[in-house]
Design a protein around this ligand. Structure first.
Ligand SMILES: NC(=O)c1ccc[n+]([C@@H]2O[C@H](COP(=O)([O-])OP(=O)(O)OC[C@H]3O[C@@H](n4cnc5c(N)ncnc54)[C@H](OP(=O)(O)O)[C@@H]3O)[C@@H](O)[C@H]2O)c1
Length: 397
């Protein structure tokens, strides 16, 4: 058997990568790993929405070829910040899609919300390895996206820590041996609060997640537990697992990132510190592993891991997500659109925290689920649900 040591190992070409949403929480963590391994990766394109200066700084730091802002009003600032660097600048939603469509080996889909759908689809269509953080795309158009993955022979790698954990412990070659998936949930910052107390929480309190440092939208989703509802839908598509076999378990320490129960009673879990660089690294190096400087897990220091059943009375968003999934078709698309509108309104202090789930529930009641056969239908349902949710928010109660 030939022995290849690190010294004489054949040098492989760096993996060409594009990061959609590079200025966000997941995007910055991805760039951190890339910067620590400059010989292993070559950056083709980085995209953002409006943070032109931050994007330009990132593009210069990693020597990207292209930087794109979705917001066309920020083009001049981006161009100015990149002047003399030789890095191409572009702006507008179509330019973000073009960035995703450029030939690269690997794409990080880390735009927040349904805004990421078309760019992510562009990467899937060309058969790329797509590291998927943008869960809203699978929630809105899961069946269409998984069909496109099968057609184009793209690879979808889950970045969400829970789904990445399942991906690591799921025996995909023996689906008949898998009984259930258990998604763990931290319970968010309001895990122990009464409904009365939740009525008065502020956006600042909602985004202060106890374990994870994340973008504002997902932090609010964690606080309402809609995030876990979206993740049930995401898991159903990623692992072809019916919702009845996907459980949610509240685990405040966020050490067990999720579990798979097998027919023989074995339960396999993936554990680690709550640091997104671990799941991101798993997708960056896939099918290998790479060294990541995260704090190591010290179970003796942690002492106790605890688990609770989620409280659907205090966290109705979890029930709403299951109902939308059961309704099928456009149900999850409408759920996501209404939630995006309601979370924005909460962050802007136009509605209270408890109103988020109410707006979603009332939108779903007004918009019965229908079959979804095309992306045009997805956008049409998205628009309609946004219109209904916005109307509910502006209407005096
Ligand atoms: N953060 C986490 O730890 C975490 C964990 C698991 C899953 N996820 C998922 O990963 C996704 C990203 O989350 P995040 O926390 O990284 O979000 P974030 O910090 O808010 O970053 C979002 C990124 O998307 C860009 N963006 C926003 N709106 C856009 C638009 N209309 N068009 C193009 N780009 C747009 C932002 O650009 P600007 O900076 O210019 O606004 C930013 O680069 C979400 O779907 C989330 O659910 C996140």
């Amino acid at each position: 058997m030939a022995v290849v040591s690190a010294r004489n190992a054949p040098k492989t070409a760096p993996r060409r990568v594009t990061i959609l949403g590079s200025t966000g929480s997941v995007g910055c963590n991805t760039l951190d790993l890339i910067c620590r391994n400059p010989d292993s990766f070559a950056v083709e394109a980085l995209t953002a929405n409006g943070q032109a200066e931050r994007l330009a700084e990132q593009a210069k730091r990693v020597g990207a070829r292209l930087a794109v802002v979705a917001d066309e009003d920020r083009y001049r600032d981006l161009k100015a910040a990149l002047s003399g660097s030789g890095i191409e600048a572009a702006a507008g939603p179509a330019a973000v899609i073009e960035a995703a469509a450029r030939p690269t080996d690997w794409v990080m889909a880390a735009i927040v919300g349904v805004a990421g759908l078309t760019p992510t689809m562009a990467a899937v269509r060309r058969g790329a390895v797509v590291a998927l953080a943008n869960k809203e795309t699978l929630v809105c158009a899961g069946a269409l996206m998984t069909a496109e993955v099968a057609r184009s022979r793209a690879t979808l790698l889950p970045v969400d820590s829970e789904h990445n954990a399942i991906f690591q412990v799921l025996d995909s070659k023996r689906p008949e041996a898998v009984e259930r998936i258990v998604l763990t949930a931290s319970g968010g910052p309001f895990r122990t609060l009464s409904r009365e107390a939740m009525a008065n929480v502020t956006p600042e309190q909602a985004v202060a997640h106890p374990n994870w440092d994340m973008g504002a939208k997902i932090s609010v989703d964690s606080a309402t537990m809609m995030n876990k509802g979206l993740e049930i839908i995401e898991a159903q598509h990623l692992f072809a697992m019916p919702a009845e076999r996907i459980d949610v378990l509240v685990h405040p320490q966020s050490v067990v990132h999720s579990m798979v129960t097998y027919v023989d009673g074995s339960v396999l879990a993936q554990m680690g510190q709550p640091d997104m660089r671990t799941p991101i690294a798993y997708t960056l190096a896939w099918p290998d592993r790479m060294a990541v400087p995260v704090k190591r897990l010290d179970l003796a220091a942690i002492g106790q891991l605890t688990f609770e059943t989620p409280d659907l009375e205090r966290f109705p968003a979890l029930r709403l997500a299951r109902e939308a999934l059961q309704a099928g078709g456009s149900g999850p698309t409408a759920l996501n659109a209404a939630n995006e509108v309601a979370v924005r309104a909460f962050l802007d202090k136009r509605i209270g925290f408890l109103e988020i789930a109410r707006v979603v529930e009332d939108t779903l009641r007004s918009l019965p689920a229908a079959p979804l056969l095309s992306l045009e239908q997805v956008w049409s349902v998205d628009r309609e649900a946004r219109g209904i949710a916005s109307g509910l928010i502006s209407r005096p109660r």
